[in-house]
Design a protein around this ligand. Sequence first.
Ligand code: IPE
Ligand code: IPE
Ligand code: MG
Length: 248
Amino acid sequence: MLCKYLQPKTTLRKKIPRHIAIIMDGNGRWAQKKGKIRTLGHKAGFKAVKEAIKFAIQNKIEVLTLYTFSSENWKRPKLEVVSLIKLFLFALKNELKYLNKYNICLKVIGDLTFFSEELQSCIYQAEKITLNNSGLILNIAANYGGKWDIVQGVKKIITAVHNGDLNINQIEEKTFSQYLSTSSLLPVDLVIRTGGEKRLSNFLLWQIAYSELYFTDVLWPDFNRFVFQDAMSYFSTRNRRFGGLIKD
Ligand code: IPE
Ligand code: IPE
Ligand code: MG
């Protein structure tokens, strides 16, 4: 019998990403270039978010994860942080109809305990209302950090062992993945980062061990379906070997 790592995996040859995660960077620079304040860049970025969602639906992407606020973004000036949080709240309150209209299921990952009760309750409401929508899964990473995700997973797994629900010998990579905030989602196929930086900035760490990475200088508010298509085309040319020797 073949060892499980030697089983042929037909999914490895798929050319269309099922789960795309985006680091939406460059809002502040976009605004500054136009002589505007940074917060206007975030507002313009919100329009690009809607474009990206539309494209994802049209192209039958199953999961779209958007990095909206990192666990390190609290270091920014208070005014900017407040305006980002207000924008998030505004979007949740005003776009619920849109989510339902387009059959989108909303999920939010990150340490939400840092947010106001109002925002937390809006998040839970929106998740609940869209739970049975069967179209695109829109996964919003808010106050998210890849390191935070791993630490909270470790805490949960230790608790499960303590409670006798899990035996330490059962802990494998797959088991550990089930304790991460992304446990219910498909693996991330493609990560896109706009804004020119080539780093992960504490985005999904464990989850993107074998994802394809696409970097573009385009600033997030200028992101549109053409840039998205470029990223998809790049992905389609990749030979995903996962350590093996699969050829196109
Ligand atoms: C990304 O744009 C949005 C967030 C981090 C919330 P930035 O605000 O980081 O924009 P730049 O990178 O400073 O241009
Ligand atoms: C990453 O962008 C976070 C988000 C896009 C939400 P940053 O602008 O915070 O990243 P750094 O500081 O350039 O690494
Ligand atoms: Mg930035």
